[in-house]
Ligand binder design. Structure first.
Ligand SMILES: Nc1nc2c(c(=O)[nH]1)N(C=O)[C@@H](CNc1ccc(C(=O)N[C@@H](CCC(=O)O)C(=O)O)cc1)CN2
Ligand SMILES: Nc1nc2c(ncn2[C@@H]2O[C@H](COP(=O)(O)OP(=O)(O)OP(=O)(O)O)[C@@H](O)[C@H]2O)c(=O)[nH]1
Ligand SMILES: [Mg+2]
Length: 459
């Protein structure tokens, strides 16, 4: 049914060193072989070999491109089908020439987004959670998130799910035996057995779910809003954390007008930093809009860095801000400690505990390490480093794990209240199916299409 041959440009389009076109399917070797002139003819070449030569337009005999062609014979390829990869010179024209020629061939059509990975899935080389992890790999914005996704590509989550499912199959077999040979002694033993097993699997699911929040953070970054009055040094702080001059810094209050985004990693925790316009009453229309956006950024933030200028007394606006932020996850940064100090710390202590206050200088970078430490403490109790890498970060997986947990809770309850054993069988079976859906066992076609449509072309 997957008997057609697909092709797509697998590298980003634009000027580059080289570009790669991938062709997969039963006609890949024959079709590319007709267009490729090299020492060894492609149909005669062995798997996992690379060949130098030219792509020739068969109609005109014209040399279109100088290329390297790699050959992977089924089933030893990414898709498990015959795969031919053509490396062309980078740049839009050279890739397009070769791609156009390929698409003129009778048995080649353009691949849909994610279709190579979809084939790897449909042909059983990877399961659904592994395929989804491929998307995460491409999209990851920090080393840590990448490592987590890579582990999932390698099948770590699938392995854990399979262990839990195996326990459930055992339980179902036990129930089956009891239904076939319903002697009373066995029945009460079975009930105990079911309860133990349900509890065991529930614990496994809880372990996976516990990592879910960390997984989300790892993938998307902790949204961190830097807020405060104009000129306190918010943009300077962003630049110091990003280690580059991303935001404009001047001594004119009201410099930043729009929200500036920057991804940084602190002790391996990815942060999506939002530098905002200084919050104050203003008549300037542009600045007013900026102030509104600052307030919106505060609302959506997971973490707020409230910057105060420690070289000046507190301003009335700042007391108001502290009041508003005291119930949110906030670190108060006393900036400009390189200057003579004027700020009344007792007023800050009125709103925030000692460990939420950090003294620093965005200018000299003194105290920046304390801020980084405070952020790690806040989110992971400083324990992220030793953490388990199998994070569940996909909302689809989380929902299914929760459903499976619910089914098991129902089975457990049924066992506890002496409800007939075949009712438990239904719930345990349901949990087994729900866990299976995580790895794509029994996943509906529409779901599979929806997942693969998120991929980029050529993946
Ligand atoms: N040029 C190129 N680079 C790439 C990919 C690709 O498809 N092409 N990949 C695509 O995303 C990733 C690598 N993933 C791959 C995974 C498995 C196989 C593969 O051929 N597997 C076979 C044979 C294994 C072996 O011989 O040891 C198999 O599993 O049977 C290839 C690529 C990243 N880099
Ligand atoms: N001495 C000293 N000056 C600093 C420090 N941090 C920032 N500044 C100076 O304070 C001024 C304002 O800095 P910005 O980073 O632009 O302040 P901001 O909070 O982004 O200001 P707006 O965008 O106007 O809201 C600049 O002249 C900075 O050089 C610091 O730690 N010490
Ligand atoms: Mg600024």
């Amino acid at each position: 049914m997957l008997s057609d041959t697909i092709a797509a440009i697998s590298t980003a389009v634009g000027e580059s060193g080289i570009a790669v076109i991938r062709v997969s399917g039963p006609e890949a070797i024959a079709e590319v072989g007709r267009l490729f002139r090299s020492k060894t003819a492609l149909p005669e070449a062995g798997s996992h070999t690379v060949h130098y030569g030219f792509i020739i337009d068969p109609q005109t005999g014209e040399k279109l491109e100088e290329v390297l062609v790699s050959l992977f014979r089924a089933p030893r390829s990414f898709t498990t089908e015959d795969v031919v990869e053509i490396s062309t010179h980078g740049g839009i024209i050279s890739v397009k020439r070769v791609m156009d020629l390929l698409l003129q061939q009778r048995d080649i059509r353009l691949a849909e987004p994610g279709e190579f990975t979809k084939r790897a899935f449909l042909n059983g080389r990877i399961d659904l959670s592994q395929a989804e992890a491929v998307i995460d790999l491409i999209r990851s914005k920090s080393d840590r998130a990448f490592s987590v996704a890579l582990k999932q590509v390698e099948g770590e989550l699938s392995r854990r799910i399979n262990v839990l499912r195996h326990t459930l199959v055992e339980t179902l077999a036990h129930i089956e035996v009891n239904i076939d040979y319903p002697e009373h002694d066995v029945e009460s033993m079975t009930t105990e057995f079911i309860k133990t097993k349900c509890a065991e699997v529930t614990e496994g699911i809880n372990g996976l779910l516990k990592t879910a929040n960390q997984g989300k953070i790892l993938r998307e970054g902790i949204t961190t809003a830097i807020v405060g009055r104009p000129n306190v040094g918010k943009s300077s702080l962003l630049n110091a954390l990003a280690r580059e001059n991303k935001a404009i810094v001047t001594d004119i209050p009201g410099t930043t007008r729009d929200v500036i985004e920057e991804y940084v990693t602190i002790n391996n925790i990815p942060l999506k930093l939002l530098d905002t316009a200084g919050i104050r009453e203003t008549m300037d229309v542009v600045e007013q809009i900026g102030v509104e956006r600052s307030k919106a950024a505060v609302l959506e933030a997971d973490l707020i860095l409230l910057v105060l200028n420690s070289a000046e007394p507190l301003h009335e606006d700042e007391l108001k801000l502290m009041e508003q932020l005291s119930s949110r996850p906030t670190l108060v940064l006393l900036n400009k400690i390189d200057l003579p100090q004027q700020l009344d710390r007792a007023k800050v202590s009125h709103y925030f505990p000692e460990n939420a206050v950090v003294e620093l200088s965005a200018k000299t970078q003194e105290g920046l390490d304390h801020l980084e430490e405070a952020i790690s403490q806040l989110f992971f109790g400083g324990k992220l480093e030793s953490g388990d890498l199998t994070y569940v970060s996909n909302v689809r997986h989380i929902a299914l794990l929760k459903k499976a947990k619910q089914s098991l809770a129902e089975a457990y309850e049924a066992a506890d209240s002496g409800i007939p054993i075949d009712i438990m069988q239904i719930d345990v079976g349901l949990a087994w199916e729900q866990l299976g859906e995580v790895i794509g066992d029994s996943a509906p076609d529409a779901l599979i299409d929806q997942i693969f449509s998120q991929f980029c072309l050529g993946k």
